[in-house]
Design a protein around this ligand. Sequence first.
Ligand SMILES: *Cc1c(COP(=O)(O)O)cnc(C)c1O
Length: 358
Amino acid sequence: MKYNFPVTKTTSPKEKPNPDTLKFGKTFTDHMFIMEWDKENGWNNGRIIPYGPISLSPAASVLHYSQQMFEGMKAYKHSDGRVVLFRPDMNAKRTNRTNERMCIPQMDEELFVECVKALVEVEKDWIPTKPGTSLYIRPFIIADDAFLGVHPAEHFMFMIILSPVGAYYALTGDGLPATSIYVEDEYIRAAPGGTGFAKVGGNYAGSLKAQEKATQKGCSQVLWLDGVERKYVEEIGTSNAFFMIDGEIITAPLHGTILPGITRDSVIALLEKWGYTVKQERLAIEDVLKAGQEGRLQEVWATGTAAVISPVGKLCYKEESLTISGGKTGPLAQKLYDTLYGIQTGNVVDDMGWTVEV
Ligand SMILES: *Cc1c(COP(=O)(O)O)cnc(C)c1O
């Protein structure tokens, strides 16, 4: 290892949570990673310290103008005790694409991965092993200069916190449960030229209102339409969306308004390996509904680090509602989940070279 980060151990380690009752993102481990950026030294002073509150000036620019970014990834513990990350180089690359858009300094990709590995190594006893569980990793950067002018900061903090997370689904053995999705035709998530492709907090603050509407309609997530015409499907909540029509799979293209998901990229690679045609093209919501009414819409699913694959059983758009694959999980969504989650947890051979040992 090229880097050596000093570790200050906690004097009051917490009790590990019960793996049966873990929720998403509520429990945090004993330590966190922290590193700083300034003009003179670049990224420096990387260290592992006890998990706890940080001190910020009330004028810190992140609190006023949201100059910040985040990432999301997971660590898994295999039955042979090996600890692995899933395609962490992709998170490092995406960090720099986000940083570029947000006027946050670039970070050496190897440094990013080494910071993650160093913290996961210290906290490896926190990785739950029960089926469906994992250790969620949240790297993020905030601008912590104290000034009230709108211009790029000159001091940043990079941090990583870890959260053991439970099964996203109740794994009953009958396969994944399918979700109901609300097609949002008023609010938008992203527009051309904006920050839709970047993992930045502002995108999510602006999405809460639509999520509230979806919940009121009895749906679990929002399907976002494009921000110009509100005509083409883009993403499902904080995941990418896939539609299988007449045997072909369609997902929105990466033209700047879509978050380039690592799960999305992995699903496309697996589907192409299996001989499916995957089109990265615009798809009108009216064409999805029409295909559904004509019995040509075979499956819909969402992809993201948290749930891996989230099958869609129902779409609600204006006053219409459409049931997909009989309201159940389709066979392809299930196969994708079994394969990807199998590779991540070491139960399926990783012939794609996606897992990286810590
Ligand atoms: C994080 C995220 C995704 C999924 O990306 P993964 O790398 O697959 O986790 C998709 N859409 C949005 C808006 C996201 O924030």
